[in-house]
Ligand binder design. Structure first.
Ligand code: SAM
Length: 245
């Protein structure tokens, strides 16, 4: 997969060299290039922002550097999927991460200040798929952290990035059997730590009982932390309903 990221703070992306993603990059599984938006400015101060039309607080990112950046990185007719982080976008979910992981090329445009002049997205939409995406109901200072979140969520789904593919299928929100359930508690050695034993069933070797226990725990955790998800669950049996009472 190819990933391009445009930002006025390219140094924000140093973490992309670390851990799983860094290893995946070095192994050629994902090809990430970070671009400095200011390369596409032409004045002495390398200006990327200006005051908003109609008044109001803050500054807005100018369309010209963004237009040139997108044309240079993805010259027509080539078409990456453009992802523009914004709190007013569609929510970023595991399902969207799965969708992005199937794309050959993603291009991320990091806004700062009050965001990017809206004509940039309108113009880009005429020649490439564009998603405006929010990573949560809160406001960050810029799109860089949102892009780090999305790139990490997407790249761990790419073939060969994780050693054990089961870690992906067992995740909270993973499509499949545990869909829309949060992952329950997890344990490793030692079997007793500070007088706290690991739940006995996990040491039993009884795979059916372990699967049932994990589902019960997932149901309880989902009910406690995300009752909205429980309300949408279909196919609950009598046992599930008892667990949830
Ligand atoms: N005025 C904007 C609004 O209220 O929607 C907020 C702009 S925010 C201060 C600056 C930039 O941070 C945005 O353009 C976007 O790139 C990024 N950003 C902030 N919160 C975000 C979120 N929850 N999800 C994705 N991107 C976010």
């Amino acid at each position: 997969m190819r990933i391009d990221i445009v930002s006025i703070f390219p140094e924000y992306f140093a973490p992309l060299d670390v851990s799983l993603l860094g290893k995946a990059r070095r192994r050629g599984l994902v090809d990430v290039t970070v671009h400095d938006l200011r390369e596409w400015t032409h004045d002495r101060h390398r200006t990327v922002d200006d005051t908003p039309y109609g008044g109001g607080p803050g500054m807005v990112m100018k369309p010209e550097p963004w237009g040139e950046a997108l044309d240079t990185i993805a010259p027509p007719p080539v078409t990456p999927r453009l992802v523009v982080p914004t709190p007013s976008g569609r929510p970023f979910t595991q399902a969207l991460a799965v969708e992005y992981a199937a794309e050959p090329w993603l291009l991320f445009a990091c806004g700062r200040y009050e965001g990017i002049d809206s004509r940039v997205v309108a113009a880009a939409r005429e020649r490439m798929p564009v998603d405006e995406v929010g990573i949560g109901d809160y406001v960050l200072a810029g799109g860089e952290v949102a892009v780090l979140v999305m790139v990490e969520a997407v790249s761990r789904l790419l073939p060969g990035v994780l050693g054990n593919l089961d870690s992906v299928t067992d995740d909270s929100f993973a499509p499949g059997a545990m869909e829309t359930l949060l992952e329950g508690p997890i344990y490793t050695k030692p079997p007793v730590w500070r007088d706290r034993p690991v739940p006995e069933v996990l040491l039993s070797g009884n795979h059916g009982a372990i699967a049932r226990w994990r589902r019960d725990q997932a149901l309880r955790r989902t009910a406690a932390h995300r009752p909205d998800l429980v309300a949408r669950l279909t196919g609950l049996d009598d046992h599930d309903r008892r667990v949830l009472r």
